[in-house]
Design a binder for this molecule. Structure first.
Ligand SMILES: CC(=O)N[C@H]1[C@@H](OP(=O)(O)OP(=O)(O)OC[C@H]2O[C@@H](n3ccc(=O)[nH]c3=O)[C@H](O)[C@@H]2O)O[C@H](CO)[C@H](O)[C@@H]1O
Length: 404
């Protein structure tokens, strides 16, 4: 007896029973049962632990998952510390003499001190360092640059450690109050502008990737950037963009967002899966005729399922190949990882210098608000190419942060 044939035999038997049942029940009853079973039983059972799904059981899982994330992240911080402690220190002449004259891509990490035990900046820098090593000759013209905007740079041990491995600039010399009349968000913007300016002055790179000190790059960052910069961004409408965002918060990635591109994507999904699922249904129920109401039902069914399970998880499928990554017009919020061409970095610097930030109008909102008035375009890559790990913000106090 061939035991491997059991599942196939069971499937055929089930199909036979199902077809018999279908003959005596109306399609409306069948589709109603399918809807109830999918949305009421299967999806909640499968998805209740998925953080970015509507089925997520926040009350049950949010606290333990947040604690677990922080515990793991602290361990990753320790691992990053060991990474640099074990790494051989390059001699200082190598740090400057080995530098390419004009890097193709400069990665600038903007950092201030916060929650020492997590070593956020070490996590970011160690991952970039390792990815560059793995990338080898393809990334020969890449450079990492640390921009330390801590007011008391002497006390910032992680930055001091990184200064022995990477080129670094410090905005403040000793403990220094930059300007008491300046609010925290204006200071943050000025710090960012300083880092942009220093990167351009010191390296004049072709492309500049400015990352915040809690944005850990994904493994595929460099191959995807290669593809985007060499194949996709050479197209005129993308080439002159003001910036390309490599991260957008997962909680804002749903279809039900006032964004035309997403709505189009959602409709496209329904138009693709609607007919496909209808064909499967017709075949399984033994009804050869496809009717419009059934196609429409499955289109809405798949669109509803995709939204409720979470668009974020569908986007993850795009990681299979660099060609599958989406590049769409940006929306407001957040700039943990921003890619600029040299001319666009100069334009951003000028714009930032002309802006005044405050609570509720931080640098990300300010920059986004400029797009329309200055006639600029900007894009975001999906899925995210960095992971935001900083549960504790250096700008907004929160002693008990949660993943959502
Ligand atoms: C994940 C996420 O949504 N992050 C956004 C959020 O940051 P957060 O509120 O998460 O703040 P954060 O602690 O991640 O700091 C953002 C960046 O500002 C830097 N920093 C901090 C303090 C300072 O005095 N000077 C300075 O330059 C810091 O090193 C980091 O690179 O809001 C900011 C605007 O306010 C930006 O839009 C961030 O992208």
């Amino acid at each position: 007896r061939d035991h491997t044939l059991y599942p196939a035999a069971m499937f055929l038997q089930g199909l036979r029973l199902y077809r018999k049942w279908c003959r005596f029940s109306s399609p409306i009853t069948q589709l109603l049962i399918l809807t109830v079973v999918t949305f009421g039983v299967l999806a909640p059972l499968i998805c209740h632990r998925l953080l970015h799904s509507y089925f997520y059981l926040r009350r049950w899982h949010l606290d333990p998952m947040s604690q677990e994330f922080m515990k793991q992240n602290q361990e990753e911080g320790q691992a990053a510390l060991r990474y640099f402690e074990d790494l051989q220190t390059p001699n200082s002449s190598k740090l400057s003499a080995g530098m390419p004259i004009r890097p193709w891509l400069l990665v600038t990490i903007v950092t201030v001190q916060r929650r020492k035990e997590f070593h956020y900046v070490l996590q970011v820098a160690s991952r970039f360092h390792r990815l560059l090593q793995q990338c080898g000759p393809h990334c020969q013209n890449y450079q990492i640059f640390l921009c330390n905007v801590e007011q008391d740079p002497g006390s910032y041990q992680d930055a001091t450690l990184l200064g022995t491995h990477f080129a670094m600039v410090s905005r403040y010399k000793n403990w220094e109050d930059p300007d008491t009349s300046v609010n925290q968000f204006e200071k943050e913007k000025r710090d960012y502008a300083f880092c942009l300016e220093q990167s351009l002055l010191a390296y004049n790179p072709e492309y500049l990737l400015v990352v915040e000190d809690d944005a850990v790059p994904e493994e595929e960052l460099f191959p995807v950037l290669h593809h985007l910069l060499l194949a996709r961004l050479s197209k005129p409408h993308l080439k002159d963009a003001l910036y390309l965002k490599l991260y957008h918060p997962e909680r804002l990635q749903h279809y039900i967002n006032p964004e035309p591109m997403r709505i189009l994507e959602w409709l496209g999904l329904g138009m693709f899966l609607g007919p496909l699922l209808s064909i499967v249904y017709s075949w399984a129920s033994g009804r050869p005729r496809l009717t419009w109401p059934i196609v429409l039902f499955f289109a809405l069914y798949s669109m509803g399922l995709a939204e409720l399970v979470g668009r974020h998880y569908l986007l993850e499928l795009r990681r299979l190949a660099p060609e599958l990554y989406n590049v769409v017009p940006v929306t407001e919020c957040c700039m943990p990882a921003m890619l600029f061409s040299a001319p666009s970095a100069r334009r951003v610097l000028g714009y930032l210098q002309g802006l005044q930030c405050r609570r509720g109008f931080a640098k990300d909102t300010a920059l986004y608000s400029l797009l329309r008035t200055k006639g600029e375009r900007a894009y975001v890559v999906e899925p995210n190419l960095v992971k935001h790990v900083g549960m504790f913000s250096s700008l907004r106090s929160n002693d008990n942060p949660k993943l959502l």
